[in-house]
Design a protein around this ligand. Structure first.
Ligand SMILES: Nc1ncnc2c1ncn2[C@@H]1O[C@H](COP(=O)(O)OP(=O)(O)O)[C@@H](O)[C@H]1O
Ligand SMILES: [Mg+2]
Length: 320
């Protein structure tokens, strides 16, 4: 009896069951990491903000300035770990920037080897083998990173994308690289696959949904364009115009607002705020302003703004 078809069907079933279990595990880890990171992020905003204020009020040359500085550095490091967890759990959309790629491939080839980076336009169908997430059929842009290094066994492969999973010595690996990749790619509606065996090198494939042909206006601002979902999320956020002449305090309040998902337009004076309103394209939902400032006072500013934008909500901030 020819059992080829049945065996193939069983194989496919097992594959999709593994995929499901893997994705449930990652969802659970993501929820936990996200919840912890969200609270820590808020706490760290306060810790770092107040260390900065403390440092400022002590002034240069104060004997404990160095101590406060160390405190601040540790706080910044904690905040950056927290940000990676927020990206993994897709609570934060990462900012785009240039990076020298490929640190994992380098680490996997301590005695040398070859690194290949390829890009391609591809079309994926639902049955795409090895994909980490169920594939939405369509056009994708693919980035492939191939190294000829030490490779990975099945055990490592099954933990690869978990935050804090690392096989590297302390101080060398954080285990947050691939979990960040996971969050970014999943958040962008893309897909990932890994092919690797012990001593056989590794192939990572990242597929990101292709954009349809850009319109003329999109082409102009191509450099700043971010992924679609981020735009949509941004459009729903409320915007606060924050006016505060003291840089540290303004930054602290801005960070706190950002961490609560508000858009923030910052201005260091009443005049700057008036100019910001002229150039800001979207709606301003709230004016949050210091009362006592050099030049235009908060009250004067709000009166001028209300004359232009009747119904604008205003909150005055008073520092002690
Ligand atoms: N190209 C690769 N070749 C072999 N192992 C890899 C490769 N990329 C990742 N790994 C394994 O996955 C683990 C997690 O990677 P990552 O999330 O980037 O964290 P880190 O690099 O800080 O350890 C690594 O410690 C390593 O064991
Ligand atoms: Mg890494």
């Amino acid at each position: 009896m020819d059992t080829t078809d049945r065996k193939r069907a069983e194989g496919a079933l097992k594959q999709s069951e593994l995929q499901l279990r893997q994705s449930q595990k990652m969802e659970a880890v993501g929820r936990l990491a996200g919840a912890v990171a969200y609270d820590f992020n808020n706490l760290l905003t306060a810790i770092n903000g107040y260390s900065e204020l403390l440092s400022k009020s002590l002034g240069n040359g104060h004997p404990i300035q160095e101590t406060v500085h160390e405190n601040r550095r540790a706080g910044e490091r904690a905040a950056s770990l927290t940000r990676q967890l927020l990206i993994f759990s897709r609570r934060q959309v990462p900012a785009s920037r240039f990076l020298d790629l490929a640190i994992n491939a380098r680490d996997a080839m301590p005695t040398g080897g070859s690194l290949t980076i390829r890009t391609a336009n591809v079309r994926l169908g639902p049955g795409h083998a090895g994909a980490l997430f169920p594939v939405r059929p369509g056009r994708y842009v693919r980035l492939t990173v191939v190294d000829t290094g030490i490779g990975m066994d099945e055990d490592i492969k099954s933990h690869l994308f978990e935050p804090f999973f690392t096989t590297k010595p302390a101080g060398q690996g954080t285990g947050l690289g691939l979990s960040t990749v996971y969050g970014i790619v999943k958040g962008a509606g893309g897909n990932l696959s890994v092919t690797s065996g012990q001593g056989e090198g590794t192939v990572f494939t990242v597929s990101l949904p292709a954009a349809s042909a850009p319109t003329a206006s999109e082409q102009e601002s191509d450099a700043e364009t971010v992924a679609g979902p981020a735009h949509v999320a941004e459009a729903k956020r409320e915007t606060v115009l924050l006016v505060e002449d003291e840089d540290m305090v303004r930054r602290l309040i801005a960070q706190a607002l950002l961490s609560h998902d508000y858009n923030v337009v910052e201005a260091a004076s009443g005049a700057e705020a008036m100019a910001a309103v002229e150039s800001h394209v979207g709606v301003i939902d709230l004016l949050l302003t210091d009362v006592v400032m050099k030049g235009m006072s908060g009250r004067e500013l709000s009166e001028r703004m209300l004359a232009r934008k009747p119904g604008l909500k205003v909150i005055y901030v008073r520092k002690h």
